[in-house]
Design a binder for this molecule. Structure first.
Ligand SMILES: [Zn+2]
Length: 80
């Protein structure tokens, strides 16, 4: 029997939950290739879950659509 987190609901805070200090660690955005602190980052479901900054995410209708769909499936529904 497997215990642990359900892989379907591991999204949570995206890259934020993967770094030790979200205010110090910097993550590179795959879209604009600039690095931002982790709290500014999200995952881009349209690019295999690569990190994307909030500015690029806001400019990507595909990304927003995919994130909304993902959130709906995860039963969150508090996006945007
Ligand atoms: Zn970016």
């Amino acid at each position: 029997m497997k215990l642990g987190r359900d892989p379907i609901i591991t999204r949570e805070d995206g890259p934020r939950s993967e770094v030790a200090d979200t205010w110090e660690a910097r993550i590179r955005c795959h879209a604009c290739e600039l690095s931002y602190i982790a709290v500014e980052m999200d995952r881009d479901p349209t690019a295999d879950g690569m990190a994307i900054c909030s500015a690029c995410a806001a400019e990507s209708p595909e990304m927003l659509r995919a994130v909304r769909k993902e959130a709906t499936m995860a039963g969150e529904g508090h996006l945007l």
